[in-house]
Design a protein around this ligand. Structure first.
Ligand code: FNR
Length: 367
């Protein structure tokens, strides 16, 4: 990325929108139902004010920390997102390289359009996101493959027994283009490519392959299958958080799947506090859904989260300029976080976690 360098994540989003076909943009941007949960995520984060400390003598801040016990340059991981070759021919490979460059983990989706082996060969930290499939043998083989090829955590997504009803995709009769497939499943996926008016082919495909009866027994089985750190993604209720910890989760992602699943779910930041209170440090608690910049990372850390996942902004970077675009997004977030920590008087993440927060009831948007 060079000419007219985007100076904020919003600039990257504007570039991305013109770079991809409208139905792909809708697939990325859309949520389920009336998109109320989707619409609530970022405003809810923005309503969290962080109270700065002064006269701390801090002129630069160290954003580095650990996630799942491993060093990271900032408390951020790239969220698992399906079919990234929809946005750029290099797909997940480009995003994984950019994540490595930024010093943060890349979470590879089960529905990745690049192979596990190729992505882990980039040499960065890769966590594998698991959708539990009806074919249990294939599910366990995916976990073994991820382990064999050096993935350092398994992330089980638990908020998608079925796919949320995404009206934009239904209206568009969305299908995957011929070159984009869930290549790691090594199975025919014709239904994902066949247009049927009034349906999303991706939803049809997912309905055919996902295990809709996912339960705590599956999590317990996964805990037996692997010794890798286990992350449970898509928890909003503190009782489920407790259960996940008791079943052996090493981390929880408080998430409403970017407003793509239950369209009555709360903004994830609203669910964060009770979850942190319940698990009381027994595991790491990450936040996603609506994170759009470094100040959102600051907010999450001040609220007690261990870190965040960045979702759509990474896809915007990918659409705008491939690997360079994702690098730009992650470096903008890093610079914003560092500057926000300094302005809040925090030398490091430990001090950031001690900041107070306040709720702002309404906030006007400028620019
Ligand atoms: C997702 N998300 C997702 N989650 C997951 O566990 N496995 C997946 O394959 C996908 N795929 C996916 C595709 C696209 C296009 C999007 C936008 C999202 C959800 C993702 O991991 C994360 O929870 C949300 O993206 C967070 O919301 P924001 O911050 O992107 O709005």
């Amino acid at each position: 990325m060079t000419a007219s360098q985007p100076v904020c994540v919003g600039d990257v989003r504007r570039l991305a929108e013109t770079a991809v076909p409208p139905e792909v943009w809708d697939f990325v941007e859309g949520g389920s139902g009336a998109e109320l949960t989707l619409a609530s995520n970022t405003p809810a984060l923005e309503s969290v004010a962080v109270v700065p400390r002064v006269l701390t003598g801090v002129s630069t801040s160290d954003t580095s920390g650990t996630l799942l016990g491993r060093p990271v340059a900032m408390p951020v991981a790239v969220a698992p997102m399906a079919y990234q070759r929809l946005l750029h021919p290099d797909g997940e490979l480009a995003a994984a390289r950019a994540a490595q460059d930024a010093g943060v983990p890349f979470i590879l989706s089960t529905l990745s359009s690049c192979r596990i082996e190729e992505v882990t060969a980039t040499g960065g930290t890769t966590w594998f996101q698991l959708y539990w499939l009806r074919d249990e043998e294939l599910t366990s083989e995916l976990v073994r493959r991820a382990e064999r090829h050096g993935c350092s955590a398994i992330v089980l997504t638990v908020d998608a027994p079925i796919l949320g009803h995404r009206l934009r995709d239904v209206r568009n009769g969305f299908t995957l283009p011929p070159g984009v497939r869930a290549v790691n499943l090594d199975a025919p996926d014709d239904e994902a490519h066949v247009p049927i008016s009034g349906t999303s082919a991706v939803a049809t495909h997912v309905a055919a392959i996902f295990c809709a009866e996912l339960s705590w027994r599956h999590l317990a089985r996964l805990r037996e299958w692997t010794t890798l750190p286990l992350v449970v993604k898509g928890i909003l209720d503190p009782r489920d958080a407790r259960h996940a910890v008791d079943t052996g989760a090493d981390a929880i992602v408080v998430s409403n799947h970017g407003g793509r699943q239950l369209d009555a779910a709360p903004p994830s930041v609203v669910a964060l506090g009770p979850v942190i209170e319940e698990v009381g440090g027994a595991c790491e608690v990450l936040l996603d859904s609506g994170v759009r910049g470094g100040t959102d990372v600051l907010r999450a850390i001040a609220l007690g989260a261990s870190g965040v996942l960045v979702g759509r902004p990474v896809l915007w970077g990918l659409a705008a300029a491939g690997e360079a675009g994702v690098r730009r997004v992650l470096s903008l977030i890093h610079a914003e976080l560092s500057e926000a920590m300094t302005l809040a008087g925090c030398a490091d993440l430990a001090a950031t976690g001690e900041l107070r927060t306040a709720e702002v009831r309404s906030c006007a948007r400028h620019g």
